[in-house]
Design a protein around this ligand. Structure first.
Ligand SMILES: [Zn+2]
Length: 410
């Protein structure tokens, strides 16, 4: 079977600053060679004018309508934390935080939303899973650093409930309240409030936290919940497209998307979402994954972070290093492997947030109608043969190219 390699340069696209963008001024011979050998265009990842999150953008890039399959960050974080989520589960993003005060957790004030950036939370998580007793089944799982994920499983649950994380220090922990009139939402909110009280008591008295307090460290004595989402019925990537999926990424969110869609996440030594991520090792891992999988997503995060920081030069420099790292990809056999290079959304240094400006996209494969575009950037992409497409079109175009689609009509 023909294979697909999709390279996503997160947030690489930008708005024009005096006629320039980091992509347009970067010295990037390899990305430009890819643009020269391929068919190019611009893409509205979700739809014109819709600002994508990285999560909804990646769902769209993989052919999953985010309006249908995105119910909040909770389910994706939970999948990324290694929980086998099931349709109907209600999942939350969780932070270990520090609270102080007397009595009920809801009378206490958040003094740190990251509990002093605690990360060795394994014992605390085990204690919660063993000792908290609720009316439904639940699982708490460790995420990266101070993060975790919580899943409630059972009948008559609802995700129409509020967060308990006040999202600001100096504020009291919030009581969970139903956000609609349903009995399910009322019941779920009560279960969460029960969870909040019980987990706080266990954490506050745990030897791990006593020891932290003695050392003058902040106790990890509260679980702050947000982003409740009911896990939808999601067809696995393999079932939907007949291709096995592998994801090579340093960020937990993108790993979570991979697991959410039933794909394999390839762990790479030294890979992270930061600018100093081990890019050579990631490229190497992606190339190896093409031997064992049919569709490989290779994700690079830092251009987005540098966009959020408003750092034009940093973004340009990262793109140049990435360009050097991806050189081995030019030697792939493009009669066997279809290559896509794309940015998931625009993160302009002038805005420091995601915007809806369309992104450049290039497809390299035997037989594509190679156009006159000679550089991978926002200004040239408009002139390419793909013209303007939506994120959801991309996988259909690729499936057609590699002959994995069937005719509509006779
Ligand atoms: Zn992104």
């Amino acid at each position: 079977m023909k294979k697909v390699l999709m390279i996503v340069i997160d947030g690489a696209a930008d708005r024009s600053v005096n006629g320039k963008t980091p992509l347009s001024v970067a010295d990037k011979p390899n990305l430009d060679e890819i643009a020269r050998r391929g068919i190019n265009g611009i893409m509205d990842t979700i739809a014109p004018g819709i600002r994508p999150g990285s999560d909804t953008a990646h769902l769209a890039l993989l052919g999953y309508n985010p309006f249908e399959y995105y119910t909040g960050r909770g389910p994706i974080e939970a999948a990324g934390a290694g929980i086998e989520v099931k349709p109907g589960d209600v999942a939350f993003r969780v932070n270990f935080g520090t609270v102080e005060g007397e009595g009920s957790i809801f009378n206490k004030v958040v003094v740190d939303r990251r509990a002093g950036r605690v990360s060795d939370t394994e014992d605390l998580i085990r204690a919660i899973n063993e000792s908290v007793k609720l009316d439904v089944d639940f699982v708490l799982a460790k995420g990266s650093g101070h993060r975790a994920a919580l899943v409630l499983r059972g009948e008559n649950l609802s995700d129409k409930i509020s967060d308990t994380d006040p999202k600001k220090i100096g504020k009291k922990v919030k009581r969970c309240v139903p956000l609609d009139e349903s009995e399910d939402a009322k019941r779920t909110a009560e279960i969460i409030n029960d969870f909040m009280e019980q987990s706080h008591k266990i954490l506050d008295a745990h030897p791990f936290n006593k020891e932290r307090a003695e050392k003058g460290l902040l106790k990890a004595n509260a679980l702050l919940l947000r982003g409740a989402g009911e896990v939808p019925e999601v067809p696995k990537f393999q079932d939907r497209y007949g291709m096995s999926l592998a994801v090579v990424a340093g960020t937990t969110l993108i790993k979570g998307i991979g697991k959410f869609l039933g794909g394999d996440v390839i762990d790479v030594e030294g890979a992270s979402g930061a600018a100093d991520t081990n890019m050579d090792a990631k490229v190497d891992a992606a190339l190896k994954a093409l031997n064992s999988h049919d569709f490989v997503l290779l994700h690079f995060k830092a251009a987005d972070e540098l966009g959020h920081d408003g750092n034009f030069e940093g973004k340009r420099e990262f793109i140049e290093r990435l360009d050097t790292a991806i050189r081995p990809i030019l030697y792939l056999d493009f009669s066997e492997i279809c290559l896509i290079v794309v940015s998931d959304h625009t993160t302009p240094v002038s805005v420091k947030e995601h915007t809806a400006d369309p992104v450049p996209v290039t497809i390299v494969y035997d037989g594509v109608r190679v156009d006159e575009v000679t550089s991978f950037n926002e200004f040239q992409a408009y002139k390419g043969g793909l013209c303007r497409i939506r994120g959801a079109d991309l996988i259909n175009i690729v499936l057609d190219l590699i002959d994995l689609t069937s005719k509509f009509g006779a």
